[in-house]
Design a protein around this ligand. Structure first.
Ligand code: VGL
Ligand code: ZN
Length: 195
């Protein structure tokens, strides 16, 4: 099993360039989950949006979003309160100037290993997912994981959505459920003995 922490970066949090409403709510449950997983062999991955300064993803170049998470800038750093263990494997995505790179499966590790290959090599069959944002990078990562046949559980108290249109995050959750993802709160995971 592995935990995928999606895009908990400064620019998506309060005061950031693309602040997701209530983004900071994900930090505490993710920290608690990672602390509980510390004594386990569950692998921890953290994806990050890692864009070039010029990207079709950004409004000045015809895209939908304000400039955010430009590689190697402070806005692209992980949230300062996010307690990623040292063993966390970082997956960077969105580096191509011509792509949005929403899904973690478009990303690679520091060694250039695509996320799908990394999970296959580690024999990961089950993925816990939390982070930002429900209606974009979480949803696209979950859809890709389901297409690959992974057993996916979305940690519902550890996500937050952009909601450009009201209800987007709720609809995205429903689509994830329809795609076969399990939805659980961290408390339910703990009760069920998963994490
Ligand atoms: C994301 C919008 C633009 C996300 C990334 O992480 O969900 N959303 N870039
Ligand atoms: Zn982005």
């Amino acid at each position: 099993m592995a935990l995928l922490v999606v895009d908990v970066q400064r620019d998506f949090c309060s005061g950031g360039a693309l602040a997701v409403p209530d983004a900071n709510r994900v930090v505490q449950p993710l920290n608690a989950l990672m602390a509980r997983l510390e004594q386990s062999d569950v692998l921890i991955y953290a994806s990050r949006d890692w864009h070039p300064s010029q990207s079709i993803h950004f409004q000045p170049y015809g895209g939908p979003w304000p400039v955010h998470c430009v590689a190697d800038t402070p806005g692209a750093e992980f949230h300062p309160d996010l307690e990623l263990p040292d063993r966390t494997v970082i997956v960077s995505k969105g580096q191509a100037p011509g792509a949005d790179g929403y899904s973690a499966f478009e990303g690679q590790t520091a060694h250039g290993v695509p996320f799908e290959r990394e999970l296959r090599e580690q024999e990961i069959e089950r993925l816990l997912v939390g982070g930002l944002a429900t209606d974009y990078c979480i949803a696209q990562s979950v859809f890709d994981a389901r297409r690959l046949g992974l057993d996916v559980t979305v940690v519902t108290d550890a996500i937050a959505g952009v909601d450009r249109k009201e209800g987007d995050a709720e609809r995205a959750l429903e689509q994830m459920r329809e795609a076969g993802a399990n939805l659980r709160t961290s408390a339910e995971l703990e009760e069920e003995g998963w994490a």
